[in-house]
Design a protein around this ligand. Structure first.
Ligand SMILES: [Fe+2]
Length: 172
């Protein structure tokens, strides 16, 4: 049976988090509403944006460190999404689409800010994460959402999407 999620603590450095977080804060004006019944902005529907080089370097690192092979990218810009959730945001439980028949959509998300609350909810689990942590989960298979973002600091994250056939899924 495949796992519901895997967490890799401190996957990226504080400096890399800060760089990506600042990019999100500067570019969120080009994002659109997340359609998740909350107060989040997402690059999911934006294609006229240029992601920072660092994001591609981190994606290469994920692919290398987690031994990804035979994957394709979901149809977001370069398979990535950046997300901005202001305090007060929540995300209702949902599943993401399957983008290619026979595959599972897997997201590797990295938390970029020291926000309070906003914990990822994956089926019945609530993940306790810190800035720089990566969590990988099959978004087309498990119900997921996020708890209420509290405090003052927006919750920003970077999403690296992949489509995997079951035979080589990194969650096997
Ligand atoms: Fe989702």
């Amino acid at each position: 049976m495949s796992k519901k999620y895997k967490v890799y603590k401190s996957f990226i450095s504080k400096e890399d988090c800060d760089l990506l977080n600042e990019w999100v804060l500067e570019n969120k004006i080009k994002f659109s509403e997340g359609r998740m019944k909350g107060m989040r902005l997402t690059s999911r529907y934006s294609f006229d944006i240029e992601f920072p080089k660092k994001a591609y370097e981190i994606r290469d690192e994920i692919i290398k460190k987690l031994n990804f092979t035979n994957y394709s990218f979901p149809p977001y810009k370069d398979g990535m999404v950046s997300s901005f959730a202001a305090p007060g945001d929540t995300c209702y439980l949902h599943k993401d689409p399957v983008w290619e028949t026979g595959t599972t959509t897997i997201h590797c998300n990295i938390l970029l800010s020291d926000s309070e609350g906003g914990e990822p909810l994956i089926e019945n689990d609530k993940l306790d994460l810190k800035k720089g942590d990566l969590w990988m989960y099959p978004v087309s298979e498990v119900k997921h959402g996020a708890d209420l973002v509290k405090g003052e600091i927006p919750r920003t994250l970077w999403i690296f999407g992949f489509c995997f056939h079951p035979f080589n899924s990194p969650l096997n």
